[in-house]
Design a protein around this ligand. Structure first.
Ligand code: FES
Length: 76
């Protein structure tokens, strides 16, 4: 779905940018020019950005190893 009509920026492009490490609207603006013309897309672009960042954080957390406490190590 196109988010920014003026600059032909899709949700997919925003997701790819987030996958590449972008986490803020200024970064998206600089990279994709999203919101730099009429600005009407800004709220939607921000929403998509937040969703993509949340998805990445969730994936990252799911991949982390659980903390395991060893009682023997504390007793030593
Ligand atoms: S729709 Fe994005 S700047 Fe106009």
């Amino acid at each position: 779905m196109i988010v920014c009509i003026c600059n032909n920026v899709s949700e997919r492009k925003i997701r790819q940018a987030v996958d590449g490490g972008m986490t803020s609207m200024p970064q998206l603006r600089d990279c994709l020019s999203v919101g730099t013309c009429c600005g009407k897309c800004h709220p939607h672009a921000k929403q998509v950005l937040r969703e993509c960042v949340a998805d990445i954080k969730q994936k990252t957390c799911a991949q982390e190893q659980p903390l395991v406490f060893h009682c023997n190590a504390l007793a030593a």
